[in-house]
Structures are given as C-alpha cells and as structure tokens.
Write a protein of this length. Structure first.
Lengths: 272, 169
C-alpha cells in the first residue's frame, strides 16, 4: 500500500509538469487533500474515519430503503444484534441494527458497526437463533474490516486513475468517492473469501451467544430454497453470490466441532 | 454429528416448494424413510452422492425419488444440482449447473442473500439524516442486550474460531 502511495505521489509531482502545457487546471490542494485522506484510510486504527464512512454509506442505504416502521421490531433486532456483537472482538463499537423496507432478500454491513437486513430476509426467518446468525455473519464482516480493506484498494486504484486522466477538476472529495464505492459494494458485494470468512465467524459468534450454531446453515439452506422458488431470484443469486450450497460446503468441516447445543428461541422470535 | 443436524431440522417450517423438476444429490449417507419425521420407517439407505429427484418439501423434510423408491430425507442432506422446467431448459439451470460443476473465478459477490439491492437506486440515493437519527433511537446498550439475553436463558460460551484468523484490537 505504501509503495502504491509513493507511486501516486510521484505522479502528483510529474503530472503538473506534463499537463500545464495543455492548459489543464489542476488543483494541487485537492490532490493533497485527496491523497492525504486516502493515506489516512490506510491506517488500521482510524476508527473515526471508519465510522464516518460507515455512517454515510448507511445514510445512503436508508435514503434508498427506509427502516421498517415498527419500533418493537427494530428494538428487538438491536437487542439480539448487540448481544451477538458483544461476543466479538469489536464489542465496543457503536453497533446499530436495522430492518429496511424492501422485499429483497439480503443483509448488509457498513464500516463502524452498522448492520441491516431486509424485511424480505427477516420474513424468511423462523427463530431468534436464525436472526442472530444472519446478524453474526454481518458482524463478522465488520470485525474483519472487510469493507475498509476493499475501500482502501478501490481508493488507491481510483485515485491512480484520476491522476493519470488528469481529471482532478472534479468536485468530489475523498469521502464522497469512498461512499460511492460503499454503495457499489452494498449492491455488488464483497469477495467470495470474505463471505466464507464471515460465515465461519458468524457460526462461532452465534454459538458464543448461546444460540444453536446450526442456525446459520439452516438459514443458508432456506435461502437456497427461496431462490429455487423463483427463477429470477435464482438468476440473480447465481450471478452475484456464492451458492448457499457452496457456503454450506465451506462451513462443513468446521461444523463437526459443534455439538448442536444452544437455543433456537422460536417462541421469542418477533414475527412480522 | 450429522444426526444432530436432523434434530434441528423440524424446527424450520418451510413453505411449499416450486413445481420445477429439481435434481439433487444426497451429500452424506442418509436414510430414506417413509414419512417426514425421525420416527419414519427405513425404506432404503442412500449412500453419499446418490442422485435423487426432489418431489416436494414439507417443513424440514423433502420427499425424493430414487431409481427404485420414493420417500423422505432431511432437507439439509440434499444439494441441488440442477433445475429444469417441463418444456425447456432455462437460464437458471445453466447457471446452477455451471456454478456447481466448475471452479468459479468470480470475485465479487453480494453480502448475504438472494436478491440484490439495486445498485442504481443506491447510487442515486441521498443520505437520509432523519433515518440515521431514527436508527439511533432503536439502539440498545450492551447491558440492555445482556439483560434481554438472560431473560431468554441465553448463556455466553467460549468458542474458538475455526479456519479464520481474527485479530484482537
């Protein structure tokens, strides 16, 4: 990462020399701000920046899909989610959970501890353990900072391109750009290995919270079947996601270590 | 261990399944029984990788046909390998079989579920401060969450991660 940064810095120095002759207006301060913000993002412990990015991405998500207007539901999801998050290595984050108003079947996380699931996915669930498992998977992404890692890579690639194209007269600042990537990431997703990793963390956090560790495999199975019920869903599923079967296979060997103890709590599950 | 999976299967009420012709594979040694329950009578022992045709689902049990018999197996023991409609082979089948038969090099995937959120909708969405504020009102403290967990008789356990390295901050 540092090497890339040095390359970019060299470009910053070179480009004005090359470009001024062509009358291209380059705002050196903007370059400086941009690169400085990108560099800051590479610092692993920059919690403030992580929160800011997470908040902005979440605000955009909520701008597109508002929260389901059901206080009891939202409180319930927060109680379950916070309990699961408390079993993680980032228990101290300002965790916030929400169910968003769309029939799509999905769940999301944004940096800093923002977790969302869709009403469509929630309605597929039948127990608190399954809800916990879905949230635990998303918590896993935040614990591993999967989004931040992708944003760092994207930012470096993006700014490299900007510099080469001398397109620095755009008004967008670094966070805006990163949020753009965040939006894309929410809709296109993370890499497959990140998903498998989050599945494994999800199973463990679910078990640590006292729920049945098999809740996540059960949800994956159910999602697979939901996909089978509708061809268009299937198409989208296989275009953009690892097949639930593939995810189950990936979990398979690790599940041997779980005895199947733990609660499902179907009775307490808040039904919509 | 696998048997423990079965114990929890009955906990999943599922809706009736698609009418599409679904071919599956039993991925572990499984008992084909005459009714959708653990007390069903054994019809046939299915070896891992046996192919079956999926007929219908009832809660956590799936009725399948083998070359010689029809009976029930726990849903979680089946992996779907192809789906086809009566009249034509549709795109979904291709995608399913392709997915299962080849190593997949696609690196970008969505976060959890089936249907994606529309990328354009997200890109064009404005940040909604009101909704962010509302979200915050639903937030609970760790101690509130603990109290709620205790009310449900949930007990925290020590469980180690497997197959993944998690850094402690």
């Amino acid at each position: 990462m540092k090497r890339h940064f040095n390359i970019l810095l060299s470009l910053v120095i070179l480009i004005p020399t090359l470009s001024f002759g062509f009358g291209i207006n380059i705002d050196l301060n903007k370059i400086k701000d941009t690169l400085s913000a990108t560099q800051n993002l590479t610092l692993d412990n920059d919690l403030e920046q992580e929160l800011e990015i997470g908040r902005t991405i979440s605000g955009r998500l909520l701008g597109a899909y508002p929260l389901v207007n059901d206080k009891e539901l939202q409180n319930y999801v927060n109680k379950v989610g916070r309990w699961v998050a408390a079993q993680s290595e980032r228990k101290g984050l300002n965790w916030q959970f929400g169910v968003i108003e769309t029939d799509s079947i999905n769940a999301f996380s944004a940096p800093g501890g923002y977790i969302f699931l869709t009403k469509g996915l929630y309605q597929l669930l039948t127990s608190e353990a399954e809800l916990a498992a879905v949230l635990a998977h998303e918590i896993g992404h935040v614990v591993q900072k999967h989004q931040i890692k992708i944003l760092q890579e994207s930012a470096m690639i993006h700014f490299g391109r900007l510099l080469l194209e001398s397109a620095l007269d755009q008004n967008s600042m670094v966070v805006d750009n990163l949020v753009g990537y965040g939006a894309e990431m929410l809709s296109r997703g993370l890499d497959k290995n990140s998903e498998f990793e989050a599945d494994k963390i999800g199973v463990v956090l679910t078990a640590r919270a006292g729920y049945n560790a098999y809740a996540l495999p059960i949800v994956l199975q159910e999602i697979g079947h939901a996909g089978m019920n509708n061809q268009s869903d299937v198409e989208l599923l296989f275009k953009t996601h690892p097949h639930p079967n593939e995810r189950l296979d990936n979990l398979d060997s690790g599940m041997q270590g779980f005895s199947g103890e733990g609660l499902m709590l179907e009775q307490r599950f808040y039904r919509l | 261990m696998r048997k423990l999976l079965y114990i929890f299967l009955f906990l999943i009420p599922l809706t009736a399944d698609t009418a599409a012709l679904i071919t599956g594979m039993v991925f572990i040694d499984t008992k084909l029984v005459d009714e959708p329950s653990n007390s069903g009578q054994l019809i046939e022992n299915l070896a891992a990788k046996s192919q079956v045709t999926v007929q219908q689902r009832q809660n956590s049990w799936t009725q399948v046909a083998t070359a010689t018999n029809s009976g029930w197996v726990p849903t979680l023991t089946i992996r779907i390998i192809s789906v086809s409609q009566q009249d034509n082979v549709d795109g979904a089948t291709e995608i399913v079989t392709d997915r299962l038969s080849s190593s997949n090099t696609k690196t970008v995937v969505a976060t959890f579920g089936v249907r994606g959120i529309d990328e354009e909708t997200l890109k064009s969405a404005e940040l909604n401060e009101e909704q962010l504020a509302l979200l915050e009102t639903y937030q609970v403290s760790e101690s509130q969450a603990k109290t709620y967990a205790r009310a449900g008789e949930l007990k925290a356990k020590n469980v180690d991660y497997f197959g993944v390295t998690v850094e402690v901050e």
